[in-house]
Ligand binder design. Structure first.
Ligand SMILES: [Fe+2]
Length: 346
């Protein structure tokens, strides 16, 4: 998608006057409207007065007064629509990753080169435009929600035998409810199968894994879209509702004989190796291997695709995240295999 730079308004914030000047010149040359601020407080005051006119914020991490990270958190909380690119003097992945984890769309290391800056800004603006289009489309999905749930009900009632096509139809019902996860279930299936093949799973185990991977989020059918797609922080009760989806999903499939084998994957795909997951707080080997595979595939795909509350992470950052949570959230052997066999390139 093309963004039309003429209409876009970028606010840059940096305590260094020379950098402010350079950014302003480079971006104006590209046709963007540019406003410069010298402190976080000045930026926040500007947003308070006219946030609706701002399309993108460029934010220095290291500033006197409010730090870039503090300002980033305030923007994410109060203006979730506005993407933020962080500028860092330290060209290290840690600082950038921390910013991305806090909700920045991307980060740039200083000194910023023209092409890198222009490319990054236009990529982030395009991704934001795409997300906003999808949000507009979401209203259309809302109208059909009742219809979809009725369809699922009758599919459940009429189900006599299960085939892959049936599983895919179920999956589509979940995905239509949540436009951000379009294709998510089938990508989780593909990643899970690639891992399992590398581990020489039997044909039957592959079948169970495949069905479980496709249906893992079936319990989301009961969660309102407004919550699933909320771009800002969830309230405690909303988060509690989201956390119910594994148990709700297991309850749905418990009525269907042929789906019994998928129950562990559906119930336990949010468990963690360190026992801090949900719903049962299972630990290590208590979590079956196929469940651990789906958890990893699910998390990796979620990180590398855009969601209502953040844009997609680059693959290399997502791989770093897997390494970072290897052993606590994810099975370390599976993380190693995933990297060694380059399954992330799938
Ligand atoms: Fe889930």
């Amino acid at each position: 998608m093309e963004n039309h730079s003429m209409d876009k308004h970028i606010v840059t914030t940096d305590d260094d006057q020379a950098i402010r000047k350079v950014l302003q010149i480079l971006l104006r040359k590209e046709g963007y409207q540019v406003t410069v601020c010298s402190t976080g407080d000045e930026l926040l005051a500007m947003l308070k007065a006219s946030a609706a006119t701002v399309d993108l914020v460029l934010l220095d991490i290291k500033m006197p007064g409010l730090s870039g990270m503090q300002v980033l958190e305030i923007i994410r909380r109060n203006y979730p629509r506005i993407p933020v690119i962080m500028l860092t003097a330290f060209n290290d992945l840690d600082t950038g990753m921390k910013a991305i984890r806090l909700g920045a769309s991307d980060y740039l290391a200083k000194p910023v080169h023209r092409e890198v800056l222009v490319d990054c800004v236009s990529r982030v603006l395009d991704a934001t435009a795409l997300i906003q289009d999808e949000v507009a489309e979401k209203d259309h999905f809302l109208v059909h929600q009742k219809e979809l749930e009725d369809k699922l009900q009758s599919a459940l009632g009429a189900l006599k035998s299960t085939t892959l096509a049936t599983l895919e139809a179920f999956t589509e019902t979940i995905e239509q409810k949540d436009p951000y996860t379009k294709g998510h279930c089938s990508r989780v299936r593909n990643i899970s199968l690639a891992i399992a093949r590398a581990l020489n799973f039997s044909k039957e185990s592959l079948h169970t894994l495949e069905g479980g991977a496709l249906l893992h989020d079936i319990g989301k059918i009961g969660i309102p879209e407004e919550i699933l797609n909320k771009p800002s922080k969830l309230s405690e009760s909303e988060y509690a509702l989201i956390r119910e989806h594994p148990v709700a999903g297991e309850r749905i499939v418990s009525h269907i004989d042929m789906f019994q084998a998928y129950r562990p994957i559906i119930r336990s795909h949010h468990e963690r190796m360190d026992g801090k997951g949900y719903p049962d707080g299972l630990k290590g080997d208590q979590i079956p291997l196929d469940v651990r595979i789906v958890s990893l595939a699910d998390a990796f795909d979620a990180m590398t695709t855009s969601r209502a509350y953040r844009s997609a992470l680059p693959i290399e950052i997502a791989v770093e995240e897997l390494k970072l949570f290897s052993g606590t959230q994810f099975d370390p052997d599976l993380v190693n295999l995933f990297i060694e066999k380059e399954i992330f390139l799938l």
